[in-house]
Design a protein around this ligand. Structure first.
Ligand SMILES: [Zn+2]
Ligand SMILES: [Zn+2]
Length: 318
C-alpha cells in the first residue's frame, strides 16, 4: 500500500510546486533549495523542530522556572508549559503518524465519490502518471511522499507528513497547542523580567554614561542591562515572541481556510491563477473562473475538518 513512500518522485519539476505553509517558508529563510536532498521525506526538519523545543524547554527548566519559583509565581502557571508540551507532542505524533488520506487502488473508487469536480481547479479525467489512476477532486500528488493524497492540503516538513483529509484535525490541534505553548512561555518569561525590573526599582535609577554624565534609565538601557544579566533568557524570550507571532498568524490563516472549506493547495492555486471567489466582482481573463463549490457554511466547513465526509454519509444524503 505504501509502495514508493520513501522514494523521490521521478516527476519533480518546477510546475509541481506544492503550496508551502508559513512554517515551510522558514526553509527559504534558511536558504535551502527545494531540490535534492529536500525532494524526499526527511527527518531533518523534525530533528530541528525537536532540537529547538528541547533548547527552549531546557532554558525554561534550568533558569526561568527556578527564578520564577523564587519570586513566588503560582506553581500551576509554571507547570502549564509542560502540560501544553505533552498535548503538543501527542498532536505531533498523531499528525506525523496518521494516514493523511493516501489514495490506493483499494480506496480509490470510494474517494472518487466524496467531492465533485469544480471544473476549475479540479477537472474530471485527469490522471496521476505516477500512481496511474484518475485523480479524485481535491486530491494532489505529493512529490515528497510520492503518493496521491485525498483533500491534499500541503506537505509539512516539520511533521514530515502530508496534511490531508484524515489528519487535518491533528495538524490544527498541533498548530494551536504549539502557538499556545510559545505564547505561555513568552508571557511567563516576560512577567519574570518585568518583576525583576520592578523589584530592583531599576526604572527610577540612573547610570553613568561614557562621558561620565549621570543619565536616567531609559528602555534601551534597560533592555541592554537585562540582556547582559540574563542573556539566555532574553534571547529565548525574543525567539518565543517571534514564534508566537508567526504561528499565531499561521493559525489564523488555517482557521480561515477551515471556515471557508479550502485547502492551502486550493487557496494557493486559486490565487496563482488570478481568479476570485467572486467572479462577478473580479472577472478572470482565463476561460475558467474559480468558485469554491465546497463551502457549506462556516459551521459545516469547520465540522468537515474534524469529521471528514465518507462515502456512506454521502450516499445517505442523496
Ligand atoms: Zn499520484
Ligand atoms: Zn507528502
Amino acid at each position: 500500500m505504501l509502495a514508493g513512500w520513501n522514494q523521490c518522485s521521478p516527476l519533480v519539476t518546477s510546475s509541481c510546486a506544492d503550496h508551502l505553509s508559513v512554517l515551510d517558508l522558514l526553509i527559504g529563510m534558511l536558504s535551502i533549495t527545494r531540490r535534492s536532498p529536500f525532494c524526499c521525506r526527511s527527518h531533518l526538519f523534525t530533528v530541528l523542530h525537536v532540537a529547538l523545543e528541547v533548547a527552549v524547554y531546557a532554558e525554561y527548566t534550568w533558569e526561568v522556572f527556578p527564578y520564577c519559583w523564587e519570586l513566588e509565581f503560582h506553581l500551576l502557571l509554571l507547570l502549564l508549559p509542560y502540560l501544553l508540551l505533552a498535548g503538543n507532542i501527542g498532536c505531533f505524533v498523531l499528525c506525523s503518524r496518521a494516514d493523511p488520506g493516501i489514495i490506493t487502488k483499494s480506496n480509490h473508487a470510494s474517494l472518487m465519490k466524496i467531492y465533485a469536480y469544480d471544473g476549475a481547479l479540479f477537472q474530471k479525467g485527469v490522471r496521476c502518471p505516477t500512481c496511474d489512476m484518475e485523480k479524485p477532486a481535491r486530491s494532489k500528488h505529493c512529490r515528497f511522499c510520492n503518493v496521491c493524497v485525498h483533500r491534499f492540503d500541503h506537505h509539512c516538513v516539520w511533521v514530515n507528513n502530508c496534511i490531508g483529509a484524515f489528519n487535518a484535525r491533528y495538524f490544527f490541534f498541533y498548530l494551536f497547542t504549539l502557538t499556545v505553548t510559545a505564547a505561555t512561555i513568552a508571557i511567563i518569561t516576560a512577567a519574570f523580567l518585568i518583576q525583576v525590573v520592578l523589584l530592583t526599582n531599576m526604572l527610577h535609577g540612573s547610570y553613568i554614561d561614557d562621558q561620565g554624565q549621570e543619565q536616567a534609565v531609559e528602555i534601551r538601557f534597560l533592555i541592554q542591562h537585562l540582556f547582559l544579566t540574563f542573556p539566555r533568557i532574553v534571547f529565548m524570550l525574543g525567539f518565543v515572541i517571534l514564534l508566537t507571532l508567526l504561528l499565531g498568524a499561521y493559525c489564523c490563516f488555517n482557521l480561515y481556510l477551515a471556515l471557508t472549506n479550502q485547502t492551502s493547495n486550493e487557496w494557493h492555486k486559486s490565487r496563482r491563477s488570478g481568479c476570485s471567489h467572486h467572479p462577478t466582482l473580479q472577472p478572470c481573463d482565463r476561460q475558467v473562473v474559480y468558485k469554491n463549490i465546497y463551502s457549506k457554511g462556516a459551521w459545516m466547513n469547520l465540522k468537515e475538518i474534524f469529521k471528514p465526509p465518507t462515502v456512506l454519509e454521502k450516499e445517505k444524503k442523496t
